[in-house]
Design a protein around this ligand. Structure first.
Ligand SMILES: Cc1cc2nc3c(=O)[nH]c(=O)nc-3n(C[C@H](O)[C@H](O)[C@H](O)COP(=O)(O)OP(=O)(O)OC[C@H]3O[C@@H](n4cnc5c(N)ncnc54)[C@H](O)[C@@H]3O)c2cc1C
Length: 365
């Protein structure tokens, strides 16, 4: 019989890959298993926005560290630190912007309020209906479609075994070890990390644990290549728009508008009802976008739990089992949470607190 792995990581998205790297650096023999390929779930189809302006106040410390890690990954993941403007077009939106960004600034994000004139001076393509704006020089983006190739190279360098198109179909836990059922035969490991994104609930259920994981069906769209329209990441006070123009001229439009579908039913679907207002808001912010043709729109599943905080820690009642997922803005924060998670599993004290997956969600909707 082959020697059991020190740990099996189920799910090769950002959470699983980042943790696997930390574990291998700490000396563990690691295998990563994915039912598809590395970063083909949320981690490979997201909008790639790295914006402190849209991060939750209580996660700001984690997002700041996440930004540093993306910057260090650099060109290999298409990292660009462009700065970003968040726009308000009505007095109500301006009040919302002031309230939210003041809190984020207090939490450590270097956000300043700027006048509409300053916005137009920096970004002449932005609509003249802006009434208030904020700016963060740390904002930018990376290219989510490069994350799979990036992590494949890093995992290989680190000597981590990667099994793709290898769904975990069942887990047996017994006295300090796990046996994972896969179509390629059983995989044995002393520890187990579940990092299955929007598919975490059925994975945890294999261990008899009920995790209240739900999925949002976020939509992203890309236009044809356009002449230079703007150079920073553009957002909206409500959080319902993120937009960046790539070096090749295409404009990527996101903002968390919901499509249709569920993770267990395969791919999600774009909904015309939400795509239209998403694109309308983008055109409202940068009017020249009205001339652009939309080339493609797609969806991805973003996992969450009722209190919208991450699940990151040991899984109660199953010794040696851990879970990491459900991180809002998980593209930004994922690499850092993966490091903290690796420290926890290696028996070191993580430098920031993790998020107990066994907490009560009663009262949260
Ligand atoms: C459309 C969209 C846009 C987003 N935009 C942004 C953004 O701009 N900025 C930002 O910070 N965040 C963004 N996010 C959030 C971010 O993408 C996610 O939080 C993050 O990628 C989640 O990573 P993950 O590794 O937990 O999940 P995933 O990347 O989904 O990885 C989970 C993996 O587990 C595998 N898996 C599941 N079940 C099994 C099984 N039984 N056996 C084997 N493998 C299994 C899946 O195949 C998948 O590869 C967006 C999300 C979406 C969907």
């Amino acid at each position: 019989m082959t020697r059991p792995w020190d740990i099996a990581v189920v799910g090769g998205g950002i959470m699983g890959c980042a943790t696997a790297l930390g574990l291998a650096e700490g000396g563990m023999r690691v295998v990563v298993l994915d039912k598809g390929d590395l970063c083909q779930g949320a981690s490979g189809v997201n909008a790639g926005t790295l914006s402190l302006q849209i991060k939750r106040v209580s996660l700001m410390d984690y997002a700041l560290r996440g930004h540093e890690l993306w910057e260090a990954m650099g060109d290999a993941v298409g990292f660009r630190k462009t700065g970003g403007y968040t726009l308000a077009f009505t007095p109500r939106e301006a009040a919302l912007l002031e309230e939210r960004q003041t809190l984020k600034r207090a939490a450590g994000a270097p956000i300043t309020f700027v006048s509409p004139k300053a916005v137009w001076a920096a970004e002449p393509g932005i609509a003249d209906s802006v009434v208030a704006a904020s700016y963060c020089p740390e904002d930018g983006y990376a290219n989510s479609s490069l994350t799979g190739a990036y992590y494949r190279a890093r995992l290989t360098e680190a000597g981590i075994a990667v099994r793709v198109r290898c769904p975990v179909e069942g887990v047996e836990a017994s006295a300090g070890s796990f046996a994972l059922a896969t179509p390629d035969g059983p995989v044995r490991a002393a520890r187990l990390l579940l990092a299955g994104g929007a598919w975490l609930a059925p994975l945890a259920a294999m261990l008899g644990v009920d995790l209240p994981v739900r999925a949002r069906v976020n939509t992203v769209s890309v236009t044809e290549a356009m002449p230079a329209l703007f150079s920073t990441v553009i957002g909206h006070a409500t959080g319902l728009l993120t937009m960046k123009q790539k070096p090749n001229g295409t404009v990527l439009i996101g903002g968390g508008w919901q499509g249709r579908g569920t993770p267990d039913a395969g791919r999600g679907q774009v909904s015309a009802d939400t795509l239209a207002p998403n694109v309308a808001l983008a055109c409202h912010a940068v009017p020249a976008l009205q001339d652009a043709r939309l080339l493609r729109s797609w969806t991805g599943f973003e996992a969450n739990v009722p209190d919208f905080y991450p699940l990151a820690g040991a899984l109660g009642g199953v010794e040696g089992a851990y879970v990491l997922g459900c991180v809002r803005g998980g593209f930004t924060i994922g690499p850092y949470l993966g490091r903290l998670m690796a420290d926890l599993i290696l028996g070191r004290a993580p430098e920031r607190p993790l998020f107990d997956p066994n907490r009560s969600f009663e009262g949260d909707t």
